[in-house]
Design a binder for this molecule. Sequence first.
Ligand code: C2E
Ligand code: MG
Ligand code: MG
Ligand code: MG
Length: 278
Amino acid sequence: RAKAGGKNRYVVFDPTMQASVLERLALETDLRRGLDSNELCLHYQPIFSLAGDQLQVSSFEALARWQHPEHGWISPAKFIPLAEETGLISPLGLFVLQEACDQLRVWQSEFAHNLSLSINVNLSAIQLKQVDLVKQIKTVLKNTNIDPRYLKLEITESCLLQKNGSSVELLHNLKALGIQLCVDDFGVGYSSLSRLHEFPIDTLKIDRSFLRRTEEAKNWETVKLVIALAHSLGMTVVAEGIETEKQLEQLKVLGCEYGQGYLFSPPVDNQATKQFFE
Ligand code: C2E
Ligand code: MG
Ligand code: MG
Ligand code: MG
């Protein structure tokens, strides 16, 4: 039994807790090594324009993947938080940005007919605190020769509401690069509603939890409201997690500009993205 501080307060030593601490430590070491030895790669999920009769790929979202030599594929839900806690998110984030822009360059040169193709890259809240973030993005854009308007950075809603208030300025500095900004997973957790108009946001990505219960007609009302809100602020909308034809049809009726989800495609490796250009 270990004494936990205050008088008569004890915590029972928990062997599973020790195991998970050790497991985490090992995973951190592995992630550090994995970053250096090409174990990380990107998969890409297409985002389609819903306007018009024919669906057209408008962008790809770059999603980090880690193939561990012993444990196989590890979910980003596991290694992204680990990277954030250990500071590894900075080199990882730079890798993702560089790789994603390189890939966009490849698509642009191989499939020149689709010149307005964009790439979406997720930014972690930790990266937004990096003092050299703007400079880093600028350098990658320059080195890859990407027109900034084809780079879309996804930040989560909670990033808008950092306590120190510097997020408005930072986002304006990012916008000044000529890139586009998206709010990812909009509508879950933190509410930025009252301040949303202060930020230079181009696109809201409605979290897929909004579509989950849309078999019930009344649940479409919330989706309708988010789309109307976005449009009134001059923003476009991406619906995340479209899984059924019915959802797609309804979203089109509501004037949602873009869609992403298993109905179209899961995230795929770079070779498999070719199918979307045929
Ligand atoms: P996200 O940015 O919201 O990405 C969308 C997630 O939803 C992806 O999961 C995607 O595979 C999944 N998804 C897409 N369509 C559907 C659908 O129709 N149904 C369902 N059930 N799921 C769908 P993934 O790839 O596992 O990524 C999870 C999260 O990890 C991402 O959520 C993002 O927050 C984070 N993440 C992934 N890559 C990166 C990265 O490079 N940097 C940062 N900072 N975060 C990343
Ligand atoms: Mg995202
Ligand atoms: Mg998302
Ligand atoms: Mg999400």
